[in-house]
Design a protein around this ligand. Structure first.
Ligand code: GLN
Length: 313
């Protein structure tokens, strides 16, 4: 089935926004220095159906950096380019149970990056993209994510420079993967492309369109373009279900029942296969790095719109 009739979705999105706007739990990320400048009051919700209809409330036009949400779409591009088997073998698809920037997760698993939704696995996934150098891989990322969004996404240079000056940990992770022979491109270049991909500017509406493309078998419901195959969407959504909210993925699935991905700027995309997607944005985060309002609004909408994948009624 599809989403409920349009007018009722509009009303539920507005109700979710009104309900959680006063909620000020959580803290804004500051380990990437400029992220601390975000206004903690920002809160936007957008729902896009596979029919291309848009339902939104709040700050859906405020731009923020996509951060870890890029991991989902770069993984899809890598699957499309090199196939299910090779991505499974090189990256892995199991949750680490540890923080997104964990070094010990790599060590404990014999040098495996574990899954594409933590930093180690995302850097290794970026390194798997076809291209003879970092510029070609970066073009593939920017063009691919732009096709998911249906518009040309642009780098936020201030965030890119801020993170580049503070990403010693990601560089250590890349060097560690390299030492285990688990990185398919130069370590410093791979981290740089990864940092750029995290610095692409999006808004909540873009996230909803990107998610709706995964919900729609790879066809962007607004542009009509086939961005990736339906098989790649299936594989990407499976990894999001197990790993999309880091070590809190189990709790998320238990409460909300949808594949999703979060990022430290406060974005969340939650995908209802065959129906559409929710794009949420609010900068205050829980201890794992997931938007608090975003999670609560997605839980509310999942119940109100009947999106939980595990519900038989
Ligand atoms: N660019 C961020 C980092 O590598 C992304 C992390 C996130 O969104 N959880 O730390």
């Amino acid at each position: 089935g599809a989403l409920p009739p349009g007018g009722s979705v509009d009303a539920w999105v507005r109700a979710a926004h009104a309900r959680y706007a006063p909620d000020d739990a959580g803290t804004v990320a500051d380990y990437i220095p400029v992220l601390a400048h975000a206004d903690p009051a920002w809160f936007g919700l957008s729902v896009v159906g596979v029919d291309g209809r848009v339902h939104q409330a709040g700050d859906t036009g405020i731009r923020f950096t996509i951060q870890s949400i890029s991991k989902a779409f770069v993984f899809a591009l890598a699957c499309e380019a090199i196939g299910h088997e090779r991505v499974h073998e090189r990256i892995g698809v199991n949750n680490t149970g540890l923080a997104f920037n964990s070094v010990i997760a790599v060590e404990l698993n014999g040098g495996s990056p574990m899954n594409p939704m933590v930093n180690a696995g995302a850097i290794a996934t970026t390194a798997l993209l076809p291209g003879s150098d970092a510029e070609e891989r970066w073009s593939a990322v920017r063009d691919g994510l732009s096709r998911f969004a249906g518009r040309d996404l642009v780098l936020d240079d201030e965030v890119y420079r801020s993170e580049s000056g503070a990403n010693h940990r990601n560089r250590a992770i890349a060097q560690l993967l390299h030492s285990y022979g688990r990185l398919d491109a130069d370590a410093e270049e791979s981290v740089d492309v990864y940092t750029r991909q995290c610095s692409l500017a999006v808004d909540a509406h873009d996230l909803a369109i990107m998610g709706a493309t995964l919900a729609d078998g790879g066809v962007n419901p607004v542009t009509g373009e086939q961005v990736v195959s339906a098989e790649v969407c299936r594989d990407t959504l499976a990894v999001l279900a197990s790993c999309g909210l880091y070590e809190r993925s189990g709790e998320w699935l238990f409460e909300i029942g949808l594949p999703a991905k979060s990022g430290v700027s406060g974005g969340i995309v939650a995908v209802a296969p065959g129906k559409g997607a929710v794009g949420a944005f609010s900068p205050r985060l829980d201890a794992a790095g997931n938007s608090v309002r975003g999670q609560r609004a997605c839980a509310y909408l999942s119940r109100a719109l009947g999106l939980n994948l595990f519900a038989s009624a």
